[in-house]
Design a binder for this molecule. Structure first.
Ligand code: PPS
Length: 300
């Protein structure tokens, strides 16, 4: 079924929702009961979700799992530790849906839905959302590489045309980003907005931001720097990619875990884009995001 991730019929609630997901999104919106202390990792796909899930899990569970030697992140993939309820509803995974109410609190959950399509119980409750996005050039390359491995469907050029028109899983990417961006400005206690590039460039600073946002005690006390350093080391790209648990096996039966860890770099897009593609996407970024205050450093 996940092979159908890139199959859409129409825009659904103003976004390109995979057809097999539509019913599940409706059920998620209708039945999901958010708790005030829930934490959602929200993202546009291929923006650093896996990394942010790992960091958020390690920060929020620091008191339960203070030793990095037998940490759950060493034996489980971040997507298993921070699940997507919308996916459970889309696949009628009744047992998993029921088990959501018994998860240890604060519950860490995730979503790829745009802000305007989140269940009201999430937007109206006090639960918190940490959102990550990434420069549209690298996001596109990462997505193309990932989806081509699942189902070789479009050439790079064909997929690029669609991307420029916003036609991509959970797209348009600009409205996805802007929905959370605007919300992070109006309700900064509810939505923390992160960019992959910033997280890479100053991980300590942004991990502290996440911890502060979650009211985590790890930013206080003498041990604080060591705790933060250890969390960052545990979640580093090279470390996670090299773990046995992330090298083999699948998530949701068809998504190979190893494909969630490709290069983990900023700027790989330069190896893919022609000058005319650079010009076209740069113009779209300016047209769609210009004036919003949201921008990306993309040219080195
Ligand atoms: S998904 O499918 O939406 O969950 O994918 P997502 O995790 O958002 O994005 C995958 C890209 O993130 C890179 N990655 C990481 N970067 C830094 N640190 C860590 N720990 C990490 N884990 C995954 C991954 O390699 C993908 O980027 P690309 O550019 O394809 O390498």
């Amino acid at each position: 079924m996940l092979k159908e991730l890139t199959s859409f019929k129409n825009l659904f609630q103003d976004f390109w929702c995979p057809t097999f997901y539509v019913e599940g999104v409706n059920k998620f919106q209708k039945h999901f009961d958010a708790k005030d202390n829930d934490v959602f990792v929200a993202s546009f796909p291929k923006s650093g979700t896996t990394w942010l899930k790992a960091l958020t899990f390690a920060i929020a569970n620091h008191q339960r799992f203070s030793s990095v030697d037998n940490h759950p992140l060493l034996s489980s993939n971040p997507h298993e530790l921070v699940p997507y309820p919308e996916f459970m509803y889309s696949n009628d995974m009744h047992d998993q849906i029921l088990s959501l109410s018994n998860m240890s609190e604060p519950r860490l959950l995730s979503t790829h839905l745009p802000f305007h399509s989140l269940p009201e119980s999430i937007t109206k409750s006090n639960c918190k959302i940490i959102y990550i996005c990434r420069n549209p050039f690298d996001t596109f390359v990462s997505a193309w590489e990932f989806f081509t491995k699942i189902k070789p469907e479009f050439t790079f050029e064909e997929a690029f045309e669609k991307y420029c028109n916003g036609i991509t899983v959970f797209g348009p990417w600009w409205s996805h980003m802007l929905g959370y961006w605007n919300e992070s400005i109006t309700t900064p206690n509810k939505v923390l907005f992160l960019k992959y590039e910033d997280l890479k460039e100053d991980t300590v600073f942004h991990v502290k931001r996440i911890a502060k946002f979650l009211d985590s005690p790890i930013i206080q006390g003498e041990e604080s720097s060591t705790v933060i350093e250890n969390i960052i080391k545990l979640c580093r790209f090279e470390k996670m990619k090299d773990l046995e648990v992330n090298k083999s096996g699948c998530i949701f039966d068809v998504l190979e875990k190893k494909n969630f860890f490709r290069k983990g770099e900023i700027g790989d897009w330069m190896n893919y884009f022609s000058p005319s593609m650079i010009e076209k996407l740069s113009k779209i970024i300016e047209e769609k995001l210009g004036g919003s205050g949201l921008s990306f450093k993309v040219h080195s």
